[in-house]
Design a protein around this ligand. Structure first.
Ligand code: R5P
Length: 287
């Protein structure tokens, strides 16, 4: 087998190949003057089992095109099998029509990846697990919870309560709670418009508890920072937060710097640029 990567998360691909003790496949991805993607696969892939490591994180559209073009080139170069390793699946939050004339971009992504020539997909914590069914090829859906749970277990925190910041995240939160021996609470959140969240109620007992909020994605950090504030106001002793995918766009870093969150634990499915490495953020590897 051989492992290649695009530009989306080269450090993660490097970690994976050094863990496996194999070299990273020789490929160059650049831009033509007009912005089009220019790809050169510099070694034979004929008859090989090929893995392309490319989360479709920011810049999402560029990273998607890189992934599709790499799969296309590798298929045309007679690889035996191609696996798209997408630790973060961009557009996963556009998985249904929530109003008339909405696109279902998560499904369009699945069509594109399959048409390009992928035989299999490996991904983590899809925002909606039903996206697995958008593919007619095998898809491995891996959870980030075991890695996060191990970190919190080793920290030795006591009197713990895991909180889901919305109703959609309850199964994930329960999974973490069971692994670290914590109770469970749920925030009843509404989204009046995209990127704006409002906290209505908190269901569960928080008095004196050390709280760990868990989400799949932290994007603008509105959900998690408002949630943390609401939990302290309702009697929590201190608040930790964690997620698999640190998108951290727009005001996220400013909000996190000003938040009451003691520590934010994330994974490296998405690389954090230097401007996003602030002291409260701890990064765990999914390599
Ligand atoms: C949405 O339901 C997701 O699970 C996250 O809660 C959401 O994407 C977080 O967004 P933000 O950080 O912008 O509030």
């Amino acid at each position: 087998f051989k492992i290649f990567c695009g530009n989306a998360n080269r450090p993660l691909a490097q970690e994976i190949v050094s863990y496996l003790g194999v070299p990273l496949g020789e490929a160059k991805i650049k831009r033509f003057q007009d912005g089009e993607t220019c790809l050169a696969i510099d070694e034979s892939v004929r008859g090989s089992d090929i893995y392309v490591v490319q989360p479709t994180c920011y810049p999402t559209n560029d990273n998607i095109m890189e992934l599709l073009i790499m799969i296309d080139a590798i298929r045309r170069a007679s690889a035996r099998r191609i696996t798209a390793v997408m630790p973060y699946y961009g557009y996963a939050r556009q998985e249904r029509k929530s109003k008339a004339r909405d696109p279902i971009t998560a499904k369009l992504m699945a069509n594109l990846i399959t048409t390009a020539g992928a035989d299999r997909v490996v991904t983590m914590d899809l925002h909606a697990p039903a996206i697995q069914g958008f593919f007619d090829i095998p898809l491995d859906h891996l959870p980030g919870v075991p890695i996060l749970a191990e970190y919190f277990r080793e920290k030795g925190l006591e009197n713990l309560c895991v909180v889901s910041p919305d109703l959609g995240g309850v199964t994930r939160a329960r999974n973490l709670a069971e692994r670290i021996g914590a109770t469970l609470a749920i925030i009843d959140k509404r989204r009046p418009e995209p990127n704006v969240s409002e906290i209505m109620h908190v269901i569960g007992e928080l008095k004196g508890k050390t709280v760990i909020m868990i989400d799949d994605i932290i994007d603008t950090a509105g959900t998690i920072t408002q949630g943390a504030q609401a939990l302290l106001e309702r009697g929590a002793k201190e608040v930790y937060a964690c997620c698999t995918h640190p998108v951290l766009s727009g005001p996220a870093i400013e909000r996190l710097k000003n938040s009451v969150i003691r520590e934010l634990v994330v994974t490296n499915t998405i690389p954090l640029g230097l401007e996003k490495t602030i002291p409260i953020i701890k990064v765990l590897s999914v390599a």
